[in-house]
Design a protein around this ligand. Structure first.
Ligand code: NAP
Length: 296
């Protein structure tokens, strides 16, 4: 079903000076499948898209930054991966319809949707502009709902797989992350509801709670006024690489898991939140007094 031309699918202009890339990779556990990964021009989304391609899938990349998206698409195409791209804002429904249409037009079907696009934040609720709260929440909630809504008829045909990318911060409250935590918790519940409501379709609905992960050097989150700022400090020894996280996401999809919680810290949060919630609050309140740089 795939379009075998690795230069196909771009909505942007490719450099005419490039030589033709190598043959497209189409073997592996995801051979014959077509995936969309939202927010995949950078970070974990890009590495997840790469891992899917390297395991046989054809992938549509997505993001809002045309230049970065095209750089990523070209790098994939030059590596011989089956890739297309669609510049689209996933909080805009018409854009999401274009995104899904790109997969169908370029590769003829859709088997896997990973809603990964997200805006994060570091700001205390009391200081936050209401519009910033809305932007962060929208990117996480409607950025999940809209692509899925547009993709649903195609995923029903293929009995496909949907993975919402959430965070371990959805498992417990986290000061300075109100809108982000609320959005990530909302999508976890949405996955559960849809799994029950759409059981008859045979579509897999899962959620992956990601823990601390290495970031692209230019990753930015929003401050209280909506300005892009670097993310807060994360101890490097607690971080997984983007490639490790991508590998775990692929395993989650292959096994059609309902929920995957990444990292020992994530699993510890689940246990404490469930059985010892007051201890969980004590830990957060203590760290916010002693390790403010962790939140700010
Ligand atoms: N890194 C971590 O430690 C960590 C921990 C827990 C969970 N996560 C989750 O993992 C996922 C990936 O995180 P990351 O660290 O790789 O972040 P990232 O580098 O900032 O990647 C997010 C991607 O989403 C895109 N995006 C944002 N808003 C969008 C929109 N409205 N429409 C389309 N694309 C949009 C961004 O590109 P543009 O802004 O150019 O569009 C970017 O490519 C996110 O869901 C995040 O919440 C990450």
């Amino acid at each position: 079903m795939f379009d075998t031309n690795p230069m196909a699918g771009t909505l942007l202009t490719a450099s005419p000076t490039l030589s033709r890339p190598p043959a497209v990779v189409r073997t592996g556990p995801f051979a014959g499948q077509v995936a969309i990964v939202t927010g995949s021009e950078s970070g974990i989304g890009r590495e997840t898209a790469r891992a899917l391609c390297e395991n046989g899938a054809a992938v549509v990349l997505n993001g809002r930054n045309a230049e970065r998206l095209e750089q990523t698409r070209l790098a994939f195409a030059q590596a011989g991966l089956a890739v297309a791209s669609c510049q689209a804002d996933v909080t805009d429904y018409a854009d999401c319809e274009r995104l899904i249409d790109t997969a169908i037009r370029e590769f003829g079907q859709l088997n896997i949707l990973i809603t990964n696009a997200s805006i994060s934040m570091r700001a205390y609720f009391a200081d936050m502009q209401p519009e910033v709260f809305r932007q962060v929440l929208d990117s996480n909630v409607y950025g999940t709902v809209y692509p899925l809504k547009a993709a649903l008829p195609h995923l029903t045909k293929t009995r496909g797989s949907v993975t919402f990318i959430s965070s371990i911060s959805a498992l417990n409250g986290m000061p300075s992350g109100s809108a982000y935590c609320a959005g990530k918790a909302a999508v976890a519940n949405l996955a559960h509801t849809l799994r029950l409501e759409l059981d008859h379709t045979g579509i897999h609905f899962g959620v992956v709670h990601i823990g601390f992960t290495q970031n692209d050097a230019d990753k930015r989150v929003l401050d209280a006024a909506g300005r892009p700022v670097p993310i807060a400090h994360r101890p490097p020894r607690w971080q997984k690489s983007q490639g490790q996280v991508a590998g775990i996401i692929l395993k989650h999809i292959r096994r059609r898991r309902q929920r995957t919680v990444i990292s020992a810290l994530g699993r510890l949060i689940v246990l404490i939140h469930t059985y010892l919630p007051r201890l969980g609050d004590w830990v957060v309140l203590t760290t916010i007094r002693r390790l403010r740089h962790f939140y700010e």
